[in-house]
Design a binder for this molecule. Structure first.
Ligand SMILES: Cc1cc2nc3c(=O)[nH]c(=O)nc-3n(C[C@H](O)[C@H](O)[C@H](O)COP(=O)(O)O)c2cc1C
Length: 381
């Protein structure tokens, strides 16, 4: 009987399904609800030292729907948590008291200031969180204050900040990466080289969800204006799978033993299986929960277990990264295909020759210019 239980960075997860930082983890009430439904862990909505600087707009979401009305793409211009850190610290304690066996991850973000990073880590740690996820990836609003993606797209800054974080705590830390870079390996390498335990990838993709054809204004429209947002949900899965593959390859080649938490468009157990086959240790879900509710985890668990059962995998580690060795260059694909074609042609020619040798020439189309004399000779009785 397969098990979903898995140990990542020394921490036991009852299953690999983690609530991604965002609305589904905005306070203790909803995080406890997610744990009651069966989620293995939760990365709480990102906290900072001074929540009074965080002001959201309404509306702040936009979505794309398919022909049958099902949303597949979601944009948000939401910032990090507006709840004061003092209240979060009480809520972290409350969550751990109620659910000691679930993994509570503090998602943290601060300015480029060593003391601030030390303070936020020390305060969250004393509230009992199990581990940290550094939000180096929020693509809107916060970069205006040189936070979030402004840090995550700059390997030199990451080296310094991740170095502080590593000094500040012995608990596991994941660095959550922005997809809005050309090569996600570069910032990921900087974070891992500074001693960070794992990478979470990806945060949202910079986007403009649309333009209102009545008002002629970009959306989501706030007092007639808009700003660039972050794109999530099913539509981004191919991009997040590609980036997971790139980070998993980096971990395999340069940082064996470090971990990967896959995020982006995951909403089924089969989606989770794909991310794990490409090297993820855990998977995180944000928009999927906003669209389908917390009990989604039950269907995801059943489907992932059925996949494992079908292939005879007992544990997540049995199939983690199994699809990873099958990426290569395009020119290698062309060479492989030419080789297979040549082998098939050689096999066909050999079969034809064998048949002719067996039967002698019984059909006129079997005469061959190259072997004409030999074939004539074989027919001599
Ligand atoms: C409305 C909304 C708010 C989000 N807020 C945060 C946040 O505070 N911190 C963070 O690290 N990521 C945040 N995210 C990003 C998600 O955690 C996740 O990386 C992204 O949405 C892709 O995953 P998904 O397709 O499962 O939503 C937010 C996403 C959405 C949709």
């Amino acid at each position: 009987m397969p098990t979903l239980e898995t140990t990542v960075n020394g921490i036991k997860f009852p299953n690999p399904f983690v609530i991604a930082s965002g609305p589904p983890g905005t306070n203790a009430r909803v995080i406890c609800r997610s744990f009651a439904e069966g989620w293995g862990g939760a990365s709480a909505k990102t906290v900072s030292l001074d929540a009074s600087k965080i002001v959201n707009t309404a509306p702040r979401y936009g979505r794309l729907k398919s022909g049958d009305g099902e949303p597949y793409g979601w944009e948000n211009i939401e910032l990090i948590s507006t709840m004061p850190l003092e209240r979060w610290l009480d809520e972290f304690k409350e969550i751990k008291d109620k659910y000691p066996d679930r993994v509570l991850i503090a998602s943290i973000m601060e300015e480029f200031n060593k003391d601030a990073w030390f303070e936020i880590i020390e305060r969250c740690e004393s509230a009992g969180v199990d581990m940290f996820e550094c939000n180096f990836s929020c693509p809107h609003g916060l970069p205006e204050r040189k936070m979030g993606a402004a840090m995550g797209e700059d390997p030199a800054i990451l080296t310094e900040v991740c170095g502080w974080v590593r000094q500040a705590t012995t608990k596991p830390v994941w660095a959550k990466m922005t997809p809005n870079v050309t090569h996600i390996e570069d910032p990921s390498r900087a974070a891992l080289a500074a001693g960070i335990d794992g990478i979470s990838a990806i945060n949202t993709i910079r986007s403009v969800i649309g333009v209102d054809l009545e008002t002629l204004r970009p959306m989501p429209t706030v007092e007639g204006y808009s700003t660039v947002g972050g794109y999530s949900s099913k539509a981004i899965k191919p991009i997040s799978l590609r980036m997971n593959m790139e980070v998993a390859t980096l971990i395999h080649d340069e940082f064996p033993g470090r971990t990967l938490s896959g995020i982006g468009g995951i909403e089924t157990g089969n989606d989770a299986a794909e991310f794990i086959l490409l090297g993820a240790d855990t998977v995180q879900v944000c928009t999927g929960v906003m669209l389908h509710g917390y009990d989604l985890v039950k269907k995801m668990s059943d489907q992932l277990l059925a996949f494992m059962d079908k292939h005879g995998f007992e544990t997540i580690d049995d199939f983690k990264g199994k699809a990873l060795p099958y990426f290569t260059t395009h020119s290698d694909l062309v060479q492989r295909q030419a080789k297979v074609k040549a082998e098939k042609e050689a096999a066909r020619a050999a079969a034809k020759a064998a048949e002719a040798a067996d039967q002698g020439i019984t059909q006129d189309e079997n005469w061959d210019g190259d072997d004409f004399v030999k074939q004539s000779d074989e027919l001599v009785g």
